[in-house]
Design a binder for this molecule. Structure first.
Ligand code: ARG
Length: 579
């Protein structure tokens, strides 16, 4: 190999493609259009297959090569050196096989894929103030967080946006109802607001039943949106209380988000409408101002006849802001599939204005990640026994309580400190909820079942967390200093099960890249589950501790544990080390 260190970024396959690209340029300088053909080979190594094709191109043209194998040999000679590639060999008629063992020891932390976007917005969670945050918002929170984590890992700067519904029509009825109930006591009203969850229902009932109240509530929205200070103050108080509730959930789930709610985009609305207007896109319809969209029956509602703004207006203003002020190249919205029409229409509107290219895969780009509904074990929408929406806090409590009970059943409270028990129960309980959600293809509905998600067997977080803890305990039991082994030891993949595991490990970054570009977290879950299956096969057929291959196999265990932890990290799951 030529002695030249290249700088390598990108996933393993990309890296090998780059290496072979460099080698091809040296080997056949007269064939600049030849692209490297790097594939997973028969013997479960990586393989470069260019030599055969090249041979048919160059033979008889006065080439220095005498046969395809000679081309392959030249490709190896001209391959830049790289820490991760152990060695290369050639095989008849002209394959180049790349040994990957070193990559497992040295490359693992630096495999991250590099995507072609620099900055993305992930708009997720986004509950509505004063309404309950329900399992749909939980799905959005979990899926959005994972997408953000995968993009971050792929070197994309992610603006994690909580687009809370803090500006909608619900405020008119909430505030108007409060004003009627507490006409002259501010402090009594503030106390009532503290109990925000019980405000919505009676206000809504009144709104639906009482026409006069309905009219007043609609006027209240317009006043609020117009900046009336009395309405504004009450609105602020409502938002504050809800915000504190959300913060608790995010903290429990360890999800980071920055709130830029609907109201944030208010200052950008006037200019946005003006731009649409100047392009001749705004029309009057029954006193409202709307934008008609090709192929859609309903137009985008920009200003209602009473002067109020809508969900459409805010989303258009927010998109303008994200593209022009935040300079995001990819804007990803995570909501339930019920909102598909809204997003399709408003994306089309943005193309019609010329903010987005016509081709929806060209950047700047928008994507709607639409997920299915969460169902209870009865197959109906997930509700509690009283047919009420299950508050998220209760749901997380229940998962934790159940996983703690399972640990106590296994007598763990005798072995562990109360903190250890509590932390493990939490990691398993919350991890189970997240994994059960993420493992499904996003668009399918899924059944929420504590029994299933907390099962130690099968494709669950519990099973995977234990698999990881077991690997860590094998390494610990060996009594070897693993960091020392990494410096001095060698990793060989001789046994078929070792090779299969090693190769699967090396496909990690490619998998993240696929999950990220397709916006499908279940691809990563499938990878993780397969990884533990490969590991189980390896462990049942290859003795680790006390064997002649101990060092090599411990290194393979360590590589597996590291990749598992990376997966957990991307899925927002806290690993456990004790079983
Ligand atoms: N608040 C909305 C809901 O609960 C979700 C908002 C999604 N984001 C957006 N930019 N429209 O349904």
């Amino acid at each position: 190999m030529v002695a030249k260190e290249e700088e390598f970024t990108g996933n393993l396959k990309q890296q090998l493609v780059k290496l072979f690209d460099a080698s091809l340029k040296l080997t056949v300088p007269d064939e600049p259009s030849v692209k490297p053909l790097v594939v997973v080979g028969k013997f479960e190594d990586y393989q470069c297959n260019n030599a055969m094709g090249l041979w048919s191109k160059v033979k008889g043209k006065g080439t220095q090569f005498t046969r395809p194998l000679a081309v392959a040999e030249a490709l190896v000679t001209n391959l830049p050196t790289c820490d991760m590639v152990e060695s290369c060999s050639v095989a008849q008629p002209g394959y180049v096989n790349v040994s990957i063992e070193n990559m497992l020891i040295n490359g693992i932390e630096t495999w991250a894929p590099t995507l072609s976007v620099k900055r993305a917005v992930v708009d997720f969670s986004s509950p509505n103030i004063a309404k309950k945050m329900h399992v749909g918002h939980l799905r959005s929170t979990i899926i959005g967080d994972t997408i953000a984590r995968m993009l971050e890992y792929s070197n994309v700067e992610v603006l994690r946006r909580n687009h809370v519904g803090d500006w909608g029509t619900q405020f008119g009825m909430l505030i108007e109802n409060l004003f009627e109930k507490f006409p002259d006591s501010n402090s009594a009203m503030e106390t009532a607001i503290e109990d925000i969850q019980s405000l919505y229902k009676p206000s809504k009932t009144k709104f639906d039943a009482d026409l006069d109240f309905k009219r007043k509530a609609q006027q209240a929205v317009v006043r609020l949106q117009g900046g009336d200070p009395v309405y504004h103050k009450t609105w602020q108080k409502l938002c504050e209380i809800s915000r504190a509730d959300y913060a608790e959930i995010y903290q429990r789930l360890r999800v980071e988000l920055e709130e830029k709610g609907e109201s944030f985009y208010k200052p950008y609305i006037a200019n946005m409408i003006e731009e649409l207007n100047s392009k001749g896109l705004v029309e009057e319809s029954d006193g409202a101002r709307v934008m008609f969209i090709k192929d859609f029956k309903n137009p985008c509602m920009l200003v209602k006849s009473d002067g109020g703004f809508t969900y459409d207006t805010t989303d258009l203003a927010a998109l303008w802001y994200r593209l022009n002020e935040e300079k995001a190249e990819w804007i990803i919205y995570v909501t339930d599939a019920g909102q598909q029409e809204h997003f399709d229409r408003f994306f089309k509107a943005a193309r019609q204005v010329g903010w987005l290219p016509d081709n929806d895969e060209t950047y700047p780009r928008v994507s709607h990640v639409k997920f299915g509904v969460v169902k209870g074990e009865d197959g109906k929408r997930f509700r509690n026994r009283d047919r009420e929406i299950v508050p998220l806090a209760d749901l997380l409590d229940e998962a934790k309580t159940r996983s703690k009970a399972a640990l106590i059943e296994r007598a763990k409270e005798k072995e562990w400190t109360p903190e250890e028990l509590d932390q493990t129960a939490e990691a398993i309980g919350y991890g189970a909820v997240k994994y059960a959600d993420l493992m499904n293809n996003i668009s399918t509905d899924y059944k929420f079942s504590y029994d299933k998600m907390l099962n130690e067997k099968g494709n669950t977080a519990v099973y995977l967390l234990y698999a990881h803890a077991r690997i860590c305990s094998i390494i610990k039991k060996s009594g070897k200093d693993i960091d020392e082994l990494k410096k001095t030891g060698k990793l060989a993949l001789d046994h078929a099960n070792e090779r299969a595991l090693g190769l699967h490990l090396l496909q990690f970054a490619e998998t993240v890249e696929e999950a990220c570009t397709k916006l499908l977290p279940h691809i990563l879950c499938e990878y993780l589950y397969d990884l533990s299956e490969h590991y189980t096969k390896f462990y049942s057929n290859c003795q680790v501790n006390g064997s002649a291959e101990e060092t090599s196999r411990l290194l393979l265990c360590e590589a597996t544990a590291i990749v598992m932890r990376k997966c957990f990290h991307l899925l927002g799951i806290t690993p456990v080390y004790m079983i």
